[in-house]
Design a binder for this molecule. Structure first.
Ligand code: DWN
Ligand code: ZN
Length: 412
């Protein structure tokens, strides 16, 4: 179920600085039924983040098995307006820039098919690879997306290549950071990717995590917190080369990485050089900025708990807005539970009626938020601030407030 790595999963280094200690925590997506809460049994694992002195890759060393984390999964990508829009533009770029008619596009970690559904199946051949059986079923049944219910391994890549041929583009969004065996990931890409193909993947960007104190994006699913420097090291160790990178605001700040076979003629773009220089200017090749983040996170917990205590003392009713995985890291690290929050509303059907891991806050349908709105809503899904503030204009007009915890707690 859990083991601890001794070496860096990018460079094999053995020297680390531990810079975030978030305590023993339950799995962030392991929502509980009422019976499970009553049974009182809940697995917890150390949640500490280390940075490697060899390649400056920020990572977890405590590894929970992928079977435990991803065979049955409660996160569906299509529960907001923001993400379908983001992935529709991603698919358009892949169709317009990186492929031509008839090319094969494979997505690793295709979840509910949100991205592949944006391709025209008459124009491009598509295939999803998704380990969570419940989510893969949904993609097949609700979206008719051809989906292999598998973990991504070199064997999976070999099977796809044998049966369907090589892919012109491989996509993997918010997936690479979830996989312990990075050498296996790149080996599989080398097998499946056409000689002049492109591997395009998105991951939360470490620079944003540090600059905006996004400690709650740390949970056991996220083994890696990528900066461009260590991402390049990972690619080169796998016989690939980093050719371009783009930044986006989603999920608190994301990089989209473009990689090709090492033999490809492409040279790294100016944006690659720019982000490498930014990381150097932030001294991300020294322990200092990581340790400074650790101190800011401790202060954030104190300030947030003080604000919540003051609001409770004023008799305010408080509920959580969104029950994201990140929200559970925050609630467990800060010790915020049913003593503060009446409930957490969430648009994800499979989460409704369950309880949040660790703090056991009941998750309810958004209708509850409409029926009995709190005075203050703790915005756990802060990465959708704009979408949420627009959607809840009425709640705010009637005096409802949002407490946004990241980058520092503030009432709006
Ligand atoms: O990497 C991962 C990211 C991409 O998604 C996965 N490991 C797990 C997951 O993390 P998360 O659960 O923190 O993701 P989100 O997309 O920030 O979750 C938002 C949650 O908030 C969803 O459960 C939906 C909910 N929500 C809501 O109830 N009302 C969201 C919005 C915008 C809303 O208006
Ligand atoms: Zn390393």
């Amino acid at each position: 179920m859990h083991r601890k790595n001794e070496v860096c999963r990018v460079c094999g280094g053995r020297t680390f600085t531990k810079f975030l200690e978030l305590g023993d925590q339950p799995l962030a997506n392991a929502f509980l039924t009422a019976e499970q809460v009553k049974a009182g049994k809940e697995d917890k694992f150390p949640l500490d983040v280390y940075v490697c002195h060899g390649c400056w890759h920020a990572q977890l060393l405590d590894v929970v098995s992928k079977e435990t984390l991803f065979s049955h999964y409660l996160y569906f990508s299509t529960t907001t307006k923001t993400m379908p829009a983001h992935f529709a533009s991603f698919a358009k770029e892949v169709a317009d820039v990186h492929t031509k008619k008839g090319d094969f596009v494979v997505e690793i970690g295709s979840n509910d098919g949100i991205l592949l559904a944006a391709f025209d199946p008459r124009e491009r051949r598509i295939l999803g690879v998704e380990p969570a059986t419940n989510v893969a079923e949904f993609a097949r049944k609700e979206r008719a997306i051809p989906t292999m219910n598998r973990f991504w391994t070199p064997e999976t890549a070999t099977e796809i290549t044998r049966d369907l041929g090589k892919a012109k583009v491989i996509i993997s969004n918010n997936v690479i950071g979830h996989i312990d065996d990075l050498a296996g990931v790149t080996k599989g890409v080398k097998i499946l990717l056409e000689p002049d193909g492109t591997w395009i993947w998105e991951a939360p960007y470490l620079v944003d995590l540090i600059e905006k104190n996004e400690f709650d994006t740390v949970y056991h699913e996220h083994l890696a917190y990528f900066a461009v420097h260590p991402a390049r090291a990972m690619l080169e160790r796998g016989g690939l080369k980093l050719v371009d990178v783009k930044r986006f605001g989603i999920h608190g700040g994301t990089i989209r990485v473009y990689a090709k076979h090492e033999e490809a003629p492409d040279e790294p773009s100016a944006e690659v050089q720019k982000l490498l220089a930014l990381e150097k200017s932030m001294k991300l090749d020294t322990p200092e900025p990581y340790l400074a983040l650790g101190e800011r996170v401790k202060k954030l917990r104190t300030d947030l708990n003080q604000m919540l205590a003051d609001l409770k003392a004023q008799g305010k009713r408080i509920a959580a807005y969104g029950a994201p995985a990140k929200g559970n890291t925050l609630l467990n690290y800060c010790g915020i539970g049913a003593q503060v929050l009446d409930y957490a509303q969430d648009t994800t059907p499979v989460k409704q009626g369950l309880y949040t891991p660790g703090m056991h806050v009941p998750v309810v349908h958004p209708a509850e938020f409409r029926k009995s709105p709190p005075d203050v809503a703790l915005m756990l899904a802060w990465n959708y601030e704009r979408e949420i503030l627009e959607k809840e204009a009425e709640f705010r007009k009637r005096g409802g407030k949002f407490l946004i915890p990241i980058p520092t707690p503030r009432l709006v």
